[in-house]
Design a protein around this ligand. Structure first.
Ligand code: HEM
Ligand SMILES: *[C@@H]1O[C@H](CO)[C@@H](O)[C@H](O)[C@H]1NC(C)=O
Ligand SMILES: *[C@@H]1O[C@H](CO)[C@@H](O)[C@H](O)[C@H]1NC(C)=O
Length: 383
C-alpha cells in the first residue's frame, strides 16, 4: 500500500474503535441547543442520518471522516470545528438569530438568501459581506443581482461583534453566515441539522464575478441546472433548495414583467393564474417609459398563505400557477424537474430532510480552509 492510503486506512480503523456510538455526543450537543433556542419540529431522528437508525448514523459518521481524511480536509472543515477554540460559538449565533427573529421574521429568509448568494459566487467565503476592499473595485454587494434588498446583514454584524468579545479572531464570517442560515431555517420549521465549520473569509470581492454565476429569474431550467452543476449540485438539489422560496419575498422588478407586455404574443404570462396576475398588477404599478415608476421597493411574498413557514405550500402553489418567479413556475412544468417538484410537494418530511442535506452540500461550495483567506474581524472589511 502507498503511504497515504495506509494512513487513511489507519485513521479509519482508529475511528471505528475510538468513536463513541453516534447519538451520545451529537445528541447531547443538539439537545442542549434545542432546549435553549429552537423548537424541534418533532422529527424522530434529528435529520442527520435520516432514518434515525443508530448504526446507520454511526456508519455515516465513519464515512464522513473517511472521506474527509481521504481529501485531506480532516480537522480543517468539520462539524464541531469550534468545539475547542470557541465552544460557545454556535450557541451565540443561535441566540442572536433567535432574538432578531422575534422582532422581524423576515431576517430568516434574508440571511438564507445572503448565504446562498455568497456561496454561489466564488464559494462560501463571505465575499458578499464586504462593503469595500482595498482595491476600491465594485464589490459583489453592489451588483443589481444582489440588489438593495439583502436582509439580515446587520444580524450577522451583531453576531460577529459578540463573538469578537468572547473569542477574538476565531470564528469566520463565512461560518457565522452558514450557522445563522441554519438557525434561520430551524426557526422557520426545518428540523435542526449539523453544519460543518472551518470556512475562511475571502480577501476580495468583485461584482464582475457575478456575471454567469448567479441565478436569474427569467433563466431557463437548462441554464440554471448547468449553473448548479458547475457548483457541485444536482438537478434534484436545485429543485429541493429552490423550496427556500417557501419563505420570504420578491420585489416587483423580478416578476412584474410577467403582467406588463410579457412577450410579443402575450401581454400577460398565460402560465400565471388570473387572480395572481391581477394581484401582481395591483401591487406593482404599471411601468411607464420614461420614467420607470418606482416599484423597486414593493414586494410580495412567494408563498401567499404561509410566508414565514418552510412548508410544501410553495411547491403546491406552483402547480396552481401562483408562482411569482418565472423559473420557479418552470420547474413545475419542465420534464427534467416536474416529477421532483411533485414528489417534494406531496411529502413534506422527505423534502425537509433532503433540504437540510442539500444545504450542507451548498455550504461546501469552494470553501477556503486551513491557511487560505483570513478570519475577518469585521465582516464588512478585510483585516
Ligand atoms: C433556482 C434559482 C433561483 C432563482 C432564479 C432565485 C431567484 C430569486 C429572486 C428573484 C428573489 C427575489 C429577490 C428580491 O426581489 O428581493 C429571491 C429571493 C429569495 N431566494 Fe431565491 N432564487 C433561486 C434559488 C434560491 C436558493 C437555492 C435559495 C436558498 C437555498 C434561495 C433563497 C431565497 C430566499 C430565502 C429569498 C427571499 C429573500 C428575502 O425575503 O429577503 N433562492 N430568489
Ligand atoms: C464565476 O466565478 C468564477 C470564480 O468562482 C470566475 O472565475 C468566473 O469568471 C465567473 N464567471 C463565470 C461566467 O463563470
Ligand atoms: C410567449 O409566451 C407563451 C407562454 O410561455 C408562449 O407559448 C409563446 O410562444 C411566447 N411567444 C413568443 C413570441 O415568444
Amino acid at each position: 500500500m502507498e503511504v497515504r492510503t495506509r494512513v487513511i486506512v489507519a485513521i479509519f480503523i482508529l475511528c471505528s474503535i475510538l468513536l463513541p456510538p453516534a447519538g451520545s455526543t451529537w445528541h447531547h450537543r443538539r439537545g442542549k441547543r434545542h432546549r435553549n433556542f429552537v423548537f424541534n419540529h418533532g422529527f424522530a431522528s434529528g435529520g442527520e442520518g435520516g432514518d434515525g437508525n443508530p448504526s446507520h448514523q454511526r456508519f455515516d459518521a465513519f464515512a464522513n471522516i473517511f472521506f474527509d481524511a481521504a481529501f485531506g480536509n480532516f480537522a480543517k472543515f468539520r462539524v464541531g470545528f469550534y468545539d475547542q477554540t470557541c465552544p460557545q460559538a454556535e450557541e451565540i449565533v443561535a441566540e442572536v438569530v433567535s432574538e432578531a427573529f422575534q422582532n422581524d421574521k423576515g431576517i430568516a429568509p434574508g440571511i438564507l438568501r445572503v448565504h446562498f448568494h455568497d456561496c454561489i459566487v466564488t464559494g462560501c467565503d463571505a465575499s458578499l459581506l464586504l462593503d469595500s476592499t482595498p482595491s476600491g473595485k465594485d464589490v459583489e454587494k453592489t451588483s443589481p443581482a444582489n440588489g438593495p434588498n439583502l436582509r439580515g446583514i446587520e444580524v450577522i454584524d451583531e453576531i460577529k461583534s459578540r463573538l469578537e468579545i468572547v473569542c477574538p479572531g476565531t470564528v469566520s464570517c463565512s461560518d457565522v453566515l452558514a450557522f445563522a442560515a441554519r438557525d434561520s431555517l430551524v426557526l422557520s420549521g426545518v428540523p435542526h441539522y449539523d453544519v460543518p465549520g472551518g470556512r475562511r473569509d475571502s480577501l476580495s470581492s468583485h461584482s464582475e464575478d457575478i456575471d454567469g454565476n448567479m441565478t436569474i429569474p427569467s433563466a431557463s431550467i437548462e441554464n440554471l441546472a448547468q449553473l448548479f452543476a458547475r457548483k457541485g449540485l444536482t438537478v434534484e438539489d436545485m429543485v429541493v433548495l429552490t423550496g427556500a422560496h417557501s419563505i420570504g419575498r420578491a420585489h416587483c422588478p423580478t416578476f412584474a414583467y410577467r403582467v406588463y407586455g410579457f412577450n410579443q404574443t402575450h401581454h400577460r404570462d398565460p402560465k400565471l393564474e388570473p387572480s395572481t396576475s391581477t394581484r401582481i398588477s395591483s401591487t406593482c404599478p404599471r411601468p411607464n417609459t420614461p420614467p420607470q415608476p418606482d416599484f423597486t421597493g414593493t414586494s410580495m411574498p412567494f408563498d401567499s398563505s404561509t410566508e414565514f413557514t418552510m412548508d410544501t405550500e410553495f411547491y403546491n402553489q406552483l402547480f396552481e400557477g401562483k408562482g411569482l418567479i418565472e423559473s420557479d413556475q418552470a420547474m413545475a412544468e419542465d420534464p427534467r424537474t416536474s416529477d421532483i417538484v411533485k414528489e417534494m410537494a406531496s411529502n413534506e418530511d422527505l423534502w425537509l430532510n433532503k433540504f437540510s442535506k442539500a444545504m450542507v452540500q451548498m455550504g461546501k461550495m469552494d470553501v477556503k480552509t486551513g491557511t487560505e483567506g483570513e478570519i475577518r474581524q469585521n465582516c464588512r472589511s478585510v483585516n
